[in-house]
Design a protein. Structure first.
Length: 332
């Protein structure tokens, strides 16, 4: 919950004048909702290495609603928070879709921002993203320069500036990852994928291609969405002047830990993604997987890591992904 409150505090300090915040509580079983309310009332001081607590932006009005309710709101308001309480954990894709649908119905916005709760944003991150969008009507999705929140005590190490896809291997070429920022990625780029932890999306993208694909549940849904947008004629563009810090993998235990749920969904969904979006490359991908990648990864979990839970998750993810991909192969 500390992550969410720190994220919210950074959002309520930005310089963009016209926005509303929607928090989707994805079936939490702890005291998350009550803590959010206490924060909005000004009862919780936010501790962050990026800013000092400022009580002057409180209280924040909290508007609660269920996942199928439509709040009747006339205009955007900075000192307000919409809290959607889901009855269970619907995963990243459907959880975000519920928030997106609420925003589209209630506000009729020009843009919708998806933002993970384990992020901290720079005060002008949204201004820079909108400025980029306004410069070219063909840009459908814009994403910031994403830093590691804490990389061995540093906050200037890049995590993400964009990705391109290597189709035959089902892999991605990730730009800037692990590099100390010295301005080497301060150029605008059109890429295959922007990270779902923070992406600004033009309303027309949803109108043309729909929402996130809920078949993925967790991982690869943002990649799928970006590719669908690109095929619909939109550009996915990295915005170097917009900055966000991300606590990578906070919701699944941290990226430095081997977490079976992350291994399972990442493995399964990679196979589905290729079959669905690039069926012409699927056969080459399966050959690469069967002859090399599968045995290398399984061996690493069993022999090197000696983590049988991880190996089991990887094996199950491979089998389930192959089975789920059949429905897309039948459409070819």
């Amino acid at each position: 919950m500390e992550d969410t409150i720190e994220c919210l505090e950074s959002l309520y300090r930005i310089d963009y004048p016209n926005y509303d915040v929607i928090v989707v509580d994805n079936g939490s079983t702890d005291d998350s909702i009550e803590k959010i309310k206490e924060y909005c009332e000004g009862k919780i001081a936010v501790d962050s290495k990026f800013f000092k607590h400022d009580p002057r932006n409180k209280p924040i009005e909290v508007v609660e609603c269920g996942k199928d309710e439509k709040p009747d709101i006339p205009k955007a308001q900075r000192d307000r928070l919409f809290l959607i309480k889901n009855d269970k954990n619907y995963g990243f894709a459907k959880g975000n879709n519920i928030g997106i649908q609420c925003a589209l119905k209630a506000f009729n916005p020009d843009y919708i921002l998806l933002l993970n709760n384990d992020t901290v944003v720079d005060k002008n991150f949204l201004t820079e993203l909108v400025k980029l969008m306004e410069s070219d009507g063909k840009i459908g999705i814009a994403g910031p320069k994403i830093y590691y929140y804490d990389f061995n005590g540093r906050s200037d190490v890049i995590s993400f500036t964009g990705e391109d896809i290597i189709l035959e291997k089902g892999l991605v070429k990730r730009y800037g990852c692990g590099e100390i920022d010295s301005g080497q990625w301060d150029r605008q780029m059109e890429v295959d994928r922007l990270e779902g932890s923070c992406m600004l999306i033009r309303r027309e993208v949803f109108e043309r291609i729909g929402l996130l694909d809920e078949d993925y549940f967790l991982y690869w849904e943002d990649t799928d969405f970006c590719i669908r947008a690109k095929r619909a004629g939109f550009k996915n563009v990295y915005c170097p002047k917009s900055k966000v810090w991300h606590k990578i993998g906070a919701s699944t235990g941290g990226m430095d830990k081997i977490v079976p749920v992350r291994i399972y969904h990442g493995t399964r969904n990679r196979i589905i993604f290729i079959a669905k979006n690039f069926p012409e490359h699927y056969s080459k991908f399966i050959v690469y997987l069967a002859l090399y990648r599968f045995w290398r990864d399984l061996g690493a979990y069993l022999l090197y890591r000696r983590n049988f839970s991880a190996a089991k998750a990887y094996l199950k993810g491979t089998i389930d992904g192959y089975r789920a991909a059949k429905k897309y192969r039948l459409k070819v």
